[in-house]
Design a protein around this ligand. Structure first.
Ligand SMILES: Nc1ncnc2c1ncn2[C@@H]1O[C@H](COP(=O)(O)OP(=O)(O)OP(=O)(O)O)[C@@H](O)[C@H]1O
Length: 232
């Protein structure tokens, strides 16, 4: 379980509070106006941006003081975090060992993860030699390989067209399902939330509201969400 225990974030001119939890395996969309604090909240959970109050807990243990790399999570941003000078296989292998001194078993796991996301045969290419969708797949292969229990995604597929984005969301759902990962995904697109996330957190007005069932939330949006969606 991921628990945000009275978490308070602050930047000059910006405050955000969050006080809720989500169960293991939950898929949660974070939605809300630009500048509301969605990315900041992910950064705080990941350990890049310390809260000024409260605690982030995973399975009951506070993550305070742990560096990002020591936390039980993987992060995926819109640029997919692929290193341009490394091959696809090396980029994925970085998920296991950053010095890339992989054992034969680890190399086989990289190959298997690439095959799982439909990139068999492209191991030696560099990211620039892949399409946007293929780059997304490579990033998901790394996530699959790391098998961390918590995935944080910040508009991961925003640059893709609608059909490809749908494919990637479904692949993400499969990957998360295979590792029983808990997923938090920032998106600006309600369709992403409806397709992928059983729960949605509305971030607005200085609050990351408690997760609510996505369908119910979009079927009868509270005034703050209606305002964001332009429905009022
Ligand atoms: N490094 C920083 N220094 C100072 N202020 C920052 C910093 N990063 C973000 N902010 C401010 O914190 C607030 C929240 O930004 P954040 O990026 O978390 O919002 P967001 O909801 O993810 O927005 P968007 O949807 O546009 O990506 C904004 O007011 C932003 O200007």
């Amino acid at each position: 379980m991921l628990q945000l225990d009275r978490v308070e974030l602050a930047q000059p001119g910006f405050r955000l509070t969050a006080d809720w939890s989500v169960p293991k395996g939950a898929r949660v969309a974070l939605i809300g106006p630009s500048g509301a604090g969605k990315s900041s909240l992910l950064s705080a959970i990941a350990g890049f941006f310390p809260p000024v109050g409260g605690h982030v807990l995973w399975d009951g243990s506070a993550l305070d003081g742990l560096a990002p790399g020591e936390r039980p999570l993987s992060i995926l941003f819109q640029d997919q975090n692929l290193f341009p000078h490394l091959t696809v296989a090396q980029n994925v292998g970085m998920g296991l060992r950053t010095d890339l001194r992989l054992s034969a078993d680890q190399t086989a796991r990289v190959t298997a993860a690439l095959a799982r996301v439909g990139l068999a045969g492209l191991e030696s290419r560099r990211p620039a030699e892949l399409s946007g969708g293929q780059q997304g797949r490579a990033a998901l292969a790394r996530v699959l390989l790391r098998a961390r229990p918590l995935l944080l995604l910040d508009e991961p597929f925003a640059a893709l067209g609608p059909a490809l984005k749908t494919q990637m969301l479904d692949l993400l759902g499969d990957v998360a399902g295979e590792t029983d990962a808990t997923v938090l995904m920032v998106t600006h697109d309600p369709a992403d939330a409806r397709r992928f996330a059983g729960l949605t957190v509305l971030v607005e007005g200085g609050t990351a509201h408690a997760p609510a069932p996505t369908e119910a939330l979009f079927t009868a949006p509270p005034p703050e969400l209606a305002a964001y969606l332009g429905a009022t």
